[in-house]
Design a protein around this ligand. Structure first.
Ligand code: PRP
Ligand code: 7HP
Length: 185
C-alpha cells in the first residue's frame, strides 16, 4: 500500500500490522522463557519505542516492570546528528536489576552505544538489548543485539512509533518514506 501522507511525502508499507503483531508475540515468548524466574525491568527508549514496548509488555508476564529513558539525535533530519542527547532519565535505580533495553530501531548504533555504556556504569545485574528494527547498512559503531524483530534495508522508515519531523508515529505499520520526497543522503 502507498499512503500519500503530506503533499510531497509518500509512504509505502514495509512491515504490515499483522507481521509486527506476529513477530512481537514471538519475541515476547522468547524473552519470557529466557528470564523465567527472574524479575525483569524493561527500559523503553523514548520516544520511538513507546508502541513496541506497549505491545511487547502486553504479551508478557504481568510482573514485568517498565521505565523510560528519552534520547534525541535526529531532530528534524533523516540523518543522525552524531550527538546523543538525554531528554529524560530513569525514575529508579537499575543497580542489581535484570534490565532489557527496548529500542525501536538501531541505525548508526550511536544511541544504543551511548545508552548501553551509561546503563552499564549503573551496575545492573544484567543488561541486554531488544530492538524491533535493525538497519545494519548504516552502522557506525559495533554493537550487538540480543533480540531483534526485523532486519531492514537502508531506507528511512516511519510508523509504529518512528517519526519524520515528529509525524507518522501513529501509523500501525512500518513504512518507507520515499527517498525522492525527503532529504537526500
Ligand atoms: C531514533 C530511534 C533510536 C535512534 C536510532 O531516535 O528512536 O532511538 O534514533 O538511531 P541511531 O542508531 O542512528 O542512533 P531519535 O533520536 O530520532 O528520537 P525519537 O525516538 O524521539 O524520534
Ligand atoms: C532513526 C530513525 N527514525 C526514523 N526512521 C529511521 O529509519 C531512523 N533511523 N534512525
Amino acid at each position: 500500500m502507498v499512503l500519500l501522507a503530506r503533499p510531497r511525502e509518500k509512504i509505502s508499507t514495509l512491515i504490515s500490522q499483522e507481521e509486527l503483531q506476529k513477530r512481537i508475540r514471538e519475541l515476547a515468548q522468547e524473552i519470557s522463557r529466557d528470564y523465567q524466574g527472574r524479575d525483569l525491568l524493561l527500559i523503553g527508549v523514548l520516544k520511538g519505542s513507546f508502541m513496541f514496548l506497549a505491545d511487547l509488555l502486553r504479551e508478557m508476564d504481568h510482573s514485568v516492570e517498565i521505565d523510560f529513558m528519552g534520547t534525541s539525535s535526529y531532530g528534524a533530519s533523516t540523518q543522525s546528528s552524531g550527538e546523543v542527547r538525554i531528554t529524560k532519565d530513569l525514575e529508579k535505580s537499575v543497580a542489581g536489576r535484570h534490565v532489557l533495553l527496548v529500542e525501536d530501531i538501531v541505525d548508526t548504533g550511536l544511541t544504543l552505544r551511548y545508552l548501553v555504556d551509561t546503563l552499564r556504569a549503573r551496575q545492573p545485574a544484567s543488561l541486554k538489548v531488544c530492538a524491533l528494527l535493525d538497519k545494519p547498512a548504516r552502522r557506525r559503531v559495533r554493537i550487538s543485539l540480543d533480540y531483534y524483530g526485523f532486519i531492514i534495508p537502508n531506507a528511512f522508515v516511519v510508523g509504529y512509533g518512528l517519526d519524520y519531523q515528529e509525524k507518522y508515529r501513529g501509523l500501525p505499520y512500518v513504512g518507507v518514506l520515499e527517498p525522492d520526497q525527503s532529504e537526500k543522503g
